[in-house]
Write a protein that binds this ligand. Structure first.
Ligand SMILES: [Zn+2]
Length: 261
């Protein structure tokens, strides 16, 4: 018979989403794990013990973690073995801020204790692509569209969300946050609230959702498409979350002062 106060011990691969120093030497971390979804835990002595934590508790690090917990309480993390610290990302301002955005976005669209292996894989794949090659314009949009798809908030981009007619070159389209999809000019002829979206942009996003991650670098977005995609997805995500993510604000500010491209 199992004693009432026995803690189950788990091991899983994890990406660090967020950390917070606590007290003299502890660190509270939120992870997205392969086997348990989002997990929040405290690592006692994390800032002192290199042996048990090896500096793995930093945002967007990938590590194998060991933790125990009772019920829904804060997990007790007692070991972190680094799998990938993504050094190339960390040496580049645009990449490291972008990686911070990917993990913040993942945290915002997931709940504790709900496992989704595809979301874990998405995060790892995009971090690896960023670590192993040049920064791909459109990468953030590609991540957003895939995360929205996997978390059940996929916007309707292949047809009009009102009349269901598939994309056609003669029509023009606007995106409606409240509808979660496109409105065609037949349905929305008298209300021009935002500039219309080009068919090319919409097709690129539909394409980006399904193509293998290692081929994404071949999908080049025109300057116009890149801007339209950012506009559409950033505003839709802000609408869904009811707030703007901090890392996105920082990225925006860095762009404004010309620190990144
Ligand atoms: Zn329509």
């Amino acid at each position: 018979m199992i004693a009432m106060n026995t803690r189950a011990i788990h091991k899983t691969r994890a990406v660090v989403l967020h950390t917070l120093d606590y007290g003299e030497s502890d660190r509270i971390a939120t992870f997205y794990t392969l086997e348990f979804g989002k997990v929040k835990g405290i690592a006692k002595g994390a800032r002192r013990s290199r042996r048990r934590f090896a500096n793995a508790l930093e945002p967007f690090s990938c590590a194998d973690i060991r933790f125990s917990r009772k019920g829904d309480s804060l997990a007790f993390v007692d070991q972190c073995d680094m799998v990938d610290h993504f050094p190339t990302i960390r040496s580049d301002l645009e990449k490291s801020m972008s990686a911070s955005y990917l993990v913040e976005l993942t945290g915002a669209f997931t709940v504790e204790g709900k496992k989704n292996e595809l979301i874990f894989k998405l995060l790892i794949d995009f971090l690896s692509v960023m670590d192993n090659g040049p920064f791909i314009p459109g990468l953030l949009s590609f991540f957003e569209i895939r995360l929205l798809h996997l978390s059940g908030y996929e916007p309707v981009l292949d047809r009009c969300a009102l009349c269901n007619r598939p994309l056609e070159a003669e029509s023009s389209y606007r995106f409606s946050n409240s509808r979660g999809g496109l409105k065609c000019s037949r349905c929305d002829a008298f209300h021009p609230p935002t500039p219309s979206l080009s068919i090319g942009t919409l097709r690129s996003l539909i394409h980006a959702k399904d193509m293998p991650v290692n081929k994404l670098s071949r999908l080049t977005l025109s300057r116009q498409s890149a801007q339209e995609s950012r506009q559409l997805l950033v505003h839709f995500i802000q609408h869904l979350l009811g707030r703007e993510l901090k890392s996105l604000q920082v990225l925006h500010q860095l762009r404004q002062i010309g620190a990144i491209g």
